[in-house]
Design a protein around this ligand. Structure first.
Ligand SMILES: Cc1cc2nc3c(=O)[nH]c(=O)nc-3n(C[C@H](O)[C@H](O)[C@H](O)COP(=O)(O)O)c2cc1C
Length: 169
Protein backbone atom coordinates (compact mmCIF):
# COMPACT_ATOMS: atom_id res chain seq x y z
CA UNK A 1 0.00 0.00 0.00
CA UNK A 2 1.45 3.35 -0.96
CA UNK A 3 -1.44 5.66 -1.93
CA UNK A 4 -3.52 5.05 1.16
CA UNK A 5 -7.25 4.73 1.70
CA UNK A 6 -9.92 7.31 0.96
CA UNK A 7 -13.00 7.26 3.17
CA UNK A 8 -15.54 9.39 1.29
CA UNK A 9 -18.89 10.29 2.81
CA UNK A 10 -22.20 11.97 2.07
CA UNK A 11 -23.85 13.65 5.02
CA UNK A 12 -26.49 16.26 5.85
CA UNK A 13 -26.25 16.43 9.61
CA UNK A 14 -22.68 15.30 10.20
CA UNK A 15 -23.21 11.90 11.79
CA UNK A 16 -21.99 9.93 8.76
CA UNK A 17 -18.91 12.17 8.69
CA UNK A 18 -18.07 11.08 12.25
CA UNK A 19 -18.45 7.43 11.26
CA UNK A 20 -16.09 8.02 8.33
CA UNK A 21 -13.57 9.74 10.64
CA UNK A 22 -13.71 6.74 12.97
CA UNK A 23 -13.10 4.32 10.09
CA UNK A 24 -10.12 6.41 8.94
CA UNK A 25 -8.76 6.53 12.50
CA UNK A 26 -8.87 2.74 12.85
CA UNK A 27 -7.11 2.32 9.48
CA UNK A 28 -4.43 4.83 10.51
CA UNK A 29 -3.88 3.06 13.82
CA UNK A 30 -3.45 -0.19 11.88
CA UNK A 31 -0.57 1.41 9.99
CA UNK A 32 -2.40 2.32 6.79
CA UNK A 33 -2.70 5.92 5.67
CA UNK A 34 -6.34 6.95 5.50
CA UNK A 35 -8.27 10.17 5.03
CA UNK A 36 -11.96 10.91 5.58
CA UNK A 37 -13.23 13.44 3.04
CA UNK A 38 -16.65 14.80 1.99
CA UNK A 39 -17.55 12.87 -1.18
CA UNK A 40 -18.46 16.09 -3.00
CA UNK A 41 -14.94 17.47 -2.45
CA UNK A 42 -13.05 14.60 -4.07
CA UNK A 43 -11.93 15.37 -7.62
CA UNK A 44 -10.17 12.07 -8.32
CA UNK A 45 -9.66 8.70 -6.66
CA UNK A 46 -6.71 7.76 -8.89
CA UNK A 47 -4.07 8.25 -6.20
CA UNK A 48 -5.71 6.00 -3.59
CA UNK A 49 -5.11 2.27 -3.26
CA UNK A 50 -8.51 1.54 -1.75
CA UNK A 51 -11.76 3.39 -1.11
CA UNK A 52 -14.54 3.26 1.47
CA UNK A 53 -17.75 5.15 0.63
CA UNK A 54 -20.46 5.92 3.19
CA UNK A 55 -23.77 7.69 2.99
CA UNK A 56 -26.55 8.68 5.34
CA UNK A 57 -29.89 7.15 4.30
CA UNK A 58 -32.66 9.49 3.21
CA UNK A 59 -36.03 8.15 2.03
CA UNK A 60 -34.57 4.76 1.16
CA UNK A 61 -31.62 6.15 -0.74
CA UNK A 62 -28.01 7.03 -0.04
CA UNK A 63 -27.21 10.71 0.51
CA UNK A 64 -26.98 12.35 -2.92
CA UNK A 65 -23.26 13.17 -2.54
CA UNK A 66 -22.47 9.47 -2.02
CA UNK A 67 -24.64 8.53 -5.02
CA UNK A 68 -22.96 11.11 -7.23
CA UNK A 69 -19.53 10.02 -6.03
CA UNK A 70 -19.97 6.40 -7.11
CA UNK A 71 -21.50 7.50 -10.42
CA UNK A 72 -18.75 9.99 -11.20
CA UNK A 73 -15.84 7.70 -10.26
CA UNK A 74 -17.33 4.34 -11.22
CA UNK A 75 -14.57 3.32 -13.64
CA UNK A 76 -11.75 3.94 -11.19
CA UNK A 77 -13.70 2.48 -8.25
CA UNK A 78 -14.35 -0.76 -10.11
CA UNK A 79 -10.56 -1.30 -10.25
CA UNK A 80 -9.90 -0.80 -6.51
CA UNK A 81 -10.66 -2.61 -3.29
CA UNK A 82 -13.94 -0.96 -2.28
CA UNK A 83 -16.21 -1.08 0.75
CA UNK A 84 -19.53 0.71 1.25
CA UNK A 85 -21.47 1.64 4.34
CA UNK A 86 -24.83 3.20 5.07
CA UNK A 87 -26.00 4.97 8.18
CA UNK A 88 -29.63 5.44 8.98
CA UNK A 89 -31.90 3.45 11.29
CA UNK A 90 -33.01 5.53 14.25
CA UNK A 91 -33.41 2.52 16.52
CA UNK A 92 -31.24 -0.34 17.78
CA UNK A 93 -31.98 -2.57 14.76
CA UNK A 94 -28.59 -2.04 13.08
CA UNK A 95 -26.79 -3.29 16.21
CA UNK A 96 -29.09 -6.29 16.50
CA UNK A 97 -29.01 -7.66 12.98
CA UNK A 98 -27.44 -7.21 9.55
CA UNK A 99 -29.50 -4.73 7.56
CA UNK A 100 -29.05 -5.25 3.81
CA UNK A 101 -28.17 -2.32 1.57
CA UNK A 102 -31.01 -0.28 0.04
CA UNK A 103 -31.62 -1.22 -3.64
CA UNK A 104 -29.51 1.62 -5.11
CA UNK A 105 -26.53 0.73 -2.92
CA UNK A 106 -26.97 -2.97 -3.70
CA UNK A 107 -26.77 -2.17 -7.41
CA UNK A 108 -23.61 -0.10 -6.84
CA UNK A 109 -22.08 -3.00 -4.91
CA UNK A 110 -22.68 -5.40 -7.78
CA UNK A 111 -21.57 -2.98 -10.49
CA UNK A 112 -18.38 -2.02 -8.68
CA UNK A 113 -17.69 -5.46 -7.22
CA UNK A 114 -17.49 -4.00 -3.71
CA UNK A 115 -15.95 -6.27 -1.08
CA UNK A 116 -18.50 -5.48 1.60
CA UNK A 117 -21.32 -3.34 2.92
CA UNK A 118 -22.70 -2.64 6.36
CA UNK A 119 -25.59 -0.58 7.69
CA UNK A 120 -24.87 1.32 10.91
CA UNK A 121 -27.44 3.01 13.11
CA UNK A 122 -27.96 6.72 12.52
CA UNK A 123 -28.24 9.86 14.57
CA UNK A 124 -30.80 12.63 14.51
CA UNK A 125 -30.69 15.18 17.29
CA UNK A 126 -31.66 18.74 18.17
CA UNK A 127 -30.50 21.20 15.54
CA UNK A 128 -30.88 18.76 12.59
CA UNK A 129 -31.59 20.41 9.26
CA UNK A 130 -34.92 20.03 7.49
CA UNK A 131 -38.60 20.12 8.35
CA UNK A 132 -39.05 16.36 8.63
CA UNK A 133 -35.87 15.99 10.68
CA UNK A 134 -37.08 18.61 13.14
CA UNK A 135 -40.46 16.89 13.35
CA UNK A 136 -38.88 13.49 14.08
CA UNK A 137 -36.79 15.02 16.89
CA UNK A 138 -39.75 16.97 18.29
CA UNK A 139 -41.79 13.73 18.39
CA UNK A 140 -39.12 12.05 20.48
CA UNK A 141 -38.10 9.65 17.69
CA UNK A 142 -34.54 10.95 17.31
CA UNK A 143 -31.39 9.93 19.15
CA UNK A 144 -27.91 8.60 18.50
CA UNK A 145 -27.95 4.93 17.46
CA UNK A 146 -24.41 4.71 16.13
CA UNK A 147 -22.53 1.77 17.61
CA UNK A 148 -18.89 2.83 17.59
CA UNK A 149 -17.63 -0.56 18.77
CA UNK A 150 -19.27 -2.15 15.71
CA UNK A 151 -17.93 0.62 13.45
CA UNK A 152 -14.40 0.07 14.75
CA UNK A 153 -14.70 -3.69 14.36
CA UNK A 154 -15.84 -3.31 10.73
CA UNK A 155 -12.98 -0.91 9.98
CA UNK A 156 -10.49 -3.30 11.58
CA UNK A 157 -11.71 -6.01 9.20
CA UNK A 158 -10.90 -3.71 6.27
CA UNK A 159 -7.45 -2.98 7.72
CA UNK A 160 -6.77 -6.71 8.11
CA UNK A 161 -7.84 -7.43 4.54
CA UNK A 162 -5.75 -4.62 3.05
CA UNK A 163 -2.72 -5.62 5.10
CA UNK A 164 -3.13 -9.20 3.94
CA UNK A 165 -3.38 -8.01 0.29
CA UNK A 166 -0.17 -6.01 0.72
CA UNK A 167 1.89 -8.75 2.37
CA UNK A 168 0.38 -11.56 0.33
CA UNK A 169 0.00 -13.65 3.49
C1 LIG B 1 -36.00 13.18 6.03
C2 LIG B 1 -35.29 11.99 6.58
C3 LIG B 1 -35.40 10.77 5.92
C4 LIG B 1 -34.72 9.64 6.44
N1 LIG B 1 -34.85 8.45 5.77
C5 LIG B 1 -34.24 7.33 6.27
C6 LIG B 1 -34.37 6.07 5.61
O1 LIG B 1 -35.00 5.95 4.57
N2 LIG B 1 -33.76 4.99 6.17
C7 LIG B 1 -33.04 5.09 7.33
O2 LIG B 1 -32.54 4.07 7.82
N3 LIG B 1 -32.87 6.28 7.96
C8 LIG B 1 -33.46 7.40 7.46
N4 LIG B 1 -33.29 8.61 8.10
C9 LIG B 1 -32.38 8.72 9.24
C10 LIG B 1 -31.00 9.25 8.78
O3 LIG B 1 -30.44 8.40 7.84
C11 LIG B 1 -30.05 9.37 9.98
O4 LIG B 1 -30.45 10.45 10.76
C12 LIG B 1 -28.59 9.50 9.54
O5 LIG B 1 -27.76 9.32 10.66
C13 LIG B 1 -28.32 10.84 8.88
O6 LIG B 1 -26.98 10.96 8.52
P1 LIG B 1 -26.22 12.35 8.46
O7 LIG B 1 -26.26 12.96 9.84
O8 LIG B 1 -24.86 11.98 8.05
O9 LIG B 1 -26.91 13.20 7.45
C14 LIG B 1 -33.94 9.74 7.62
C15 LIG B 1 -33.82 11.00 8.26
C16 LIG B 1 -34.48 12.10 7.76
C17 LIG B 1 -34.35 13.41 8.46
Amino acid sequence: MSGGVLVAYGTTNGSTAQIAETVAEVLNKAGLQAWARPAASVASVADYDAVVVGGGLYAGRWHRHARRFVRRHHRALAEKPLWLFSSGPLDASASEKDIPPVPGVRRAMTRLDARGHVTFGGRLVEGARGRIAKMIVRNGKGGDFRDFARIEEWAQGIADELTKDATGS
